[in-house]
Structure formats: structure tokens, C-alpha cells
Design a protein around this ligand. Structure first.
Ligand code: FES
Length: 324
């Protein structure tokens, strides 16, 4: 099964209890979830995230920061975003220890390539959460790694005490360098041959990473997006979708997503971010040619055309046949 189709299996939810909230850094809290009966949780791999279904109806994706060998808890790091639309602010202001929440099973769009001879980890701000998880895993495997962790202020550095004294950790505090960002071009130049590089952080850092590492093979540089560029629906034009399980045919107008049309037709389609960054809405394609607009599928997966994110992607052909 391809990595893309494996992700389709992670739509289920589990009811977990918020066991603890800890201070992570300025405006950052660490949330620890466990099974109410103390049982084992579904396993996860380094780079995974879960969808958190909040009581206010909002669904948000957060990366798992703890050691993947732990089966008793999920630890999420959440920064309170001043522009929050009900996700991080709600978590910071309204969630109380003991609250039961629905979380999806872990899903991994940012997997670690454990056969690499060296791993370069780059984190910006709260983007440290999946990277911290990767450090746990690389340590468990005894594999070489280096971490470049950029924050604007030292007070925002999460896990600083755990990571701070390790010579492989390079903390870059922007305000202590006159506001200058981390020199990613130097990191790209100095990395050992054969290394894989991973970057998670805000959009400007992802963009700088993609520029600095553009001379690396695409298969050896990996990014995790917090948010997607805005999607212009009108560019794709209208098309039809045939739902293979019921043989119903739906028309998708230029200004609507497949997801919204399918849901309006009464189909219970799974989705979460609705921005093409989480993978929750991934759907098998049985016919037609998708026009991929997500931030997840690899070039090979796009070319294969076997699945698509129906929240954002459209169609190059007049009709798509979907496994719905
Ligand atoms: Fe997240 Fe579609 S709902 S990728």
C-alpha cells in the first residue's frame, strides 16, 4: 500500500482525557492526553499529528512531541495565536484538566527516513513539536542528527532545558542576532552528503528552507506546513464527480470544493483542516485525472493519481470517479 493510501486508514477517533497542562514557553502550553482507563493508545511514528476535536466545534491538527515509544500518552505543544479563530485560544483559555476530547488516530504526513546516514532537523517556534519527537526517535535508534532551532525570543524556546546542553542542538534567538534569521543557506551547505533535512515552522521559514535547500534532491528535504497558501477555486473550472459506491453523479461548480458538494449530497466525508495540509479528506481516485492542490502528496503520488484531497484539489478531466 502506498504512503498516500495508508493515510486513509487514520480517520477514526478516540475519546481521550486531558491529564495535564504544562508551561512550555511564552504563550505555549503542553497538553498531555491519555486513555481514561489508563490503557495503551494507538501507536504513532515520529512526525505524526492528531486532529483535536474541540467542544466549540473547531477541529485543529497538532503534532505529537513525545517519544514514539510511549504508549500511555500523547503530548501536544500549542502556541496561543492572537489571530486564533477558536483553536489555540480556546485550548489556552477554556480547556481544563479532566476534559474528555475526541482525537483522531495519529496520522503521519512528515515521516522520518530512518535509513539516512545523517539527519538535519530545522524548527521555527512551535514547529519544534514534531522535530522534538524525531529527536526522541533518532536517539532511540542511535543515529546521528543535528538540530537548528530558531525562535524570536529565548522565552519562546520549548524543550530548551531538555535539549539545551546537547552540542548537537543549535538554538538561534533572532533578537540576540539583531533580528537576523537563522542562516539556512549555511546549514544546507555544511550538511554531510546523504543527509535528509526536515523543516517545520512558520511560512517564511518554510519558504526560506525551500530556497536554501533547493540544490538538494527533492527526496531528501521534507517540510511540514502549519497552514496552506490561499486556494483560488475559480482557477479550476467546473467538473463532475461520479461516486462509485452509489453511482451518483454530482456537479462541482468552479467556486466550490468537492468536499462541500459531496457533503451537501448527504455523504459523510471525513475532513479536518480543509486546507490541503492534514490528509484527513484523502480519497481514492478510480477514474479521471485529479488536479492536486494539496501540500501533502509527493510528486510520485501526484503522478500516480490514485488518491486526492477532496477539500482543495480539483479535476483536469471533465469527470472524476471517486471511491465514495
Ligand atoms: Fe485536511 Fe483535506 S481536510 S487535507
Amino acid at each position: 500500500m502506498s504512503a498516500a493510501l495508508e493515510r486513509l486508514d487514520a480517520a477514526s477517533q478516540q475519546a481521550l482525557r486531558l491529564e495535564a497542562v504544562r508551561y512550555g514557553g511564552e504563550q505555549i502550553a503542553l497538553y498531555e492526553f491519555a486513555a481514561p482507563d489508563g490503557g495503551e493508545l494507538a501507536p504513532f511514528t515520529a512526525g505524526s499529528h492528531v486532529d483535536v476535536h474541540l467542544p466549540n466545534g473547531v477541529v485543529r491538527q497538532y503534532s505529537l512531541a513525545n517519544n514514539p515509544s510511549e504508549r500511555s500518552r500523547y503530548v501536544l505543544g500549542v502556541k496561543c495565536d492572537r489571530a486564533s479563530r477558536g483553536g489555540s485560544r480556546y485550548m489556552h483559555e477554556s480547556l481544563r484538566v479532566g476534559t474528555m476530547l475526541q482525537l483522531s488516530l495519529p496520522r503521519n504526513n512528515f515521516p522520518l527516513h530512518e535509513a539516512a546516514p545523517h539527519t538535519v532537523l530545522i524548527a521555527g517556534g512551535i514547529g519544534i513539536t514534531p522535530i522534538r519527537c524525531m529527536v526522541h526517535r533518532l536517539e532511540a535508534l542511535g543515529l546521528p542528527w543535528e538540530l537548528h532551532y530558531a525562535v524570536r525570543h529565548r522565552s519562546e524556546a520549548v524543550f530548551a532545558e531538555e535539549l539545551g546542553s546537547d552540542a548537537r542542538v543549535h538554538l538561534h534567538v533572532d533578537e540576540e542576532h539583531g533580528g537576523a534569521p537563522l542562516d539556512l543557506a549555511r546549514v544546507a551547505r555544511e550538511a554531510p552528503t546523504g543527509a535528509h533535512a526536515y523543516c517545520c515552522g512558520p511560512a517564511p521559514m518554510i519558504s526560506a528552507f525551500e530556497t536554501a535547500f533547493s540544490f538538494w534532491p527533492a527526496s531528501m528535504r521534507h517540510v511540514e506546513h502549519f497552514s496552506a497558501p490561499s486556494i483560488v477555486w475559480q482557477e479550476g473550472g467546473a467538473f463532475s464527480v461520479l461516486l462509485a459506491r452509489t453511482q451518483r453523479k454530482l456537479e462541482v461548480p468552479a467556486d466550490r470544493s468537492i468536499l462541500s458538494v459531496v457533503r451537501e449530497a448527504g455523504i459523510d466525508a471525513t475532513a479536518s483542516c480543509e486546507q490541503g495540509i492534514c490528509g484527513a479528506c484523502e480519497t481514492r481516485v478510480l477514474g479521471g485525472q485529479p488536479e492536486h492542490r494539496d501540500m501533502l502528496l509527493s510528486a510520485e503520488e501526484r503522478a500516480a493519481g490514485k488518491s486526492m484531497m477532496i477539500c482543495c484539489s480539483r479535476s483536469k478531466s471533465a469527470e472524476l470517479v471517486l471511491d465514495l
